[in-house]
Design a protein around this ligand. Sequence first.
Ligand SMILES: C[S@@+](CC[C@H](N)C(=O)[O-])C[C@H]1O[C@@H](n2cnc3c(N)ncnc32)[C@H](O)[C@@H]1O
Length: 220
Amino acid sequence: MRMRKKKNGAKRIEACSDIFIKEPEKNKGKWKEFSDFKEISIEIGCGKGRFILENAKRNPDKLYIGFEKVPDVIVLAMEKIKNEEIKNVFFICDDASRLCEIFDENEIDEIYLNFSDPWPKKRHAKRRLTFISFLEIYKKIIKDGGKIFFKTDNRDLFDFSLEQFEKAEIEVSDVCFDLHNSEYEKDNIHTEYEDNFSAKGFSINRLVGTVKKNVSDKEV
Ligand SMILES: C[S@@+](CC[C@H](N)C(=O)[O-])C[C@H]1O[C@@H](n2cnc3c(N)ncnc32)[C@H](O)[C@@H]1O
């Protein structure tokens, strides 16, 4: 997502300091104590925050963490949450490659990947958030039985992702190539990108991955 640099960006982030976690590594292994919530969901690449806001409103008993690498974007998401006085959302500005430094094994219940950057060139495949090296990271931090929800308008990325989930041995279900005309639409929360691409005539692909851990992967 390319954006013009926000005026007063640092000041605006500072104004959201109560929901912005500056040193997230310090909470590694302690996120449930930190938050007092029993379940934790992360949205990776949360963008401007419409999805996380609505998800948090629908599920006030869960903690939501908006994870986004671009400061000028995350500030917009944080301001949305502050305006609505939502209490179950926090934000981390970092790169998804560092998730294992921030979250311990099995600490997370769900991950959402909404309209991740497609990186269409083959030589950039490793940057896709559904590349196997990212899926292996998610597998570590997600608990046994935890879910990864992925949706995208980009059919090539979707087909690539189906292969990567299979390689990573993450069970895939609820695959759908036209989300807005499917049984899943009634609970679907539209993101900013989703409305944009859908208005241009793209159909939306969606899958759910379930992480099943071998006994050797589980904490004893
Ligand atoms: C195409 S936008 C989609 C935004 C939002 N999810 C939506 O559907 O409207 C992808 C977002 O993912 C973020 N992003 C991409 N790679 C990332 C990474 N490795 N770690 C964290 N955020 C990332 C980008 O900065 C961008 O805001």
